[in-house]
Design a protein around this ligand. Sequence first.
Ligand SMILES: C[S@@+](CC[C@H](N)C(=O)[O-])C[C@H]1O[C@@H](n2cnc3c(N)ncnc32)[C@H](O)[C@@H]1O
Length: 287
Amino acid sequence: MPKTKDKPKQKKNKDTTPLADRADRYALYGLSVQEPANEAEFFTRTYKALNGREPRTLREDFCGTHAVCCEWVKLHPDNTAVGIDLDPEPLAWGKDNLQPKLTGGQRERITLFEDDARTKGEVPADVLAAQNFSFFLFKTRDALRDYFRHAHANLADGGIMVMDMMGGSECYEEEHEDIRTIESDVPGFKKFKYIWEQARFNPITADALFHIHFRFKDGSRLDKAFTYDWRFWTIPEVRELLAEAGFSASTVYWETTDEDGEETGEFEPATEGDADPSWIAYIVARK
Ligand SMILES: C[S@@+](CC[C@H](N)C(=O)[O-])C[C@H]1O[C@@H](n2cnc3c(N)ncnc32)[C@H](O)[C@@H]1O
């Protein structure tokens, strides 16, 4: 019998659907902007430096896909995490896509609430995190102070609230785009472009409108995958409001640079920073 070597190979059916139509915006967002394992470790290190012991309970406000909760429960078998978000969609995405990577025991130590972070009460936490500039959605001093008061009430003794902030002169430019190439091992999405667009800044109110877009190698685009209508708060405004809300102290963690002036991705307490045109910092507030 002749071998079937010469039999023409069956062509695989190539999926011709544009990549933008196949894209999972939460997966792309996670690959582009989130480093939840680093965040969970930073919270632990910072709390330990202040209290001499490790934190065990995390409350992740505005948690979205609750990626930080998922990393938190991996750090220690007694770590528990509570995630709160108003939107059921990212919560469900995290349950379907991030939680399956955890053990059963880790999953049991996560509690999610589809609820309002401004009113939801829970067991007081050692660390309360509000990441990816989420509190920028509050547009007035009263609204932000009320949220900080609620956060303060939800912290245990010795507890810390951790928030990230961004700023710098570039952030006040309109129609400014920050474009990065992201690499991943997701089939079809091994290389794609992440675009952070500053669409509008109103100097009178400090209202700022941002969009996240994605562009793919087949030329297709996922425009306005996420849109944020924020007030662009400054660090001193936020620290003043934290004090008014009852926090005993707040510290700015500024990114360190190496001997060549390159950013290291490490953040240390600082009272003076360079006038970087585009910076990210953490504010750590103590109960
Ligand atoms: C900028 S996203 C950040 C998501 C996540 N923390 C991250 O790091 O990617 C803001 C999230 O806050 C949620 N959100 C907005 N207002 C809220 C509120 N009052 N209470 C709880 N979640 C809220 C939105 O649904 C959205 O998922």
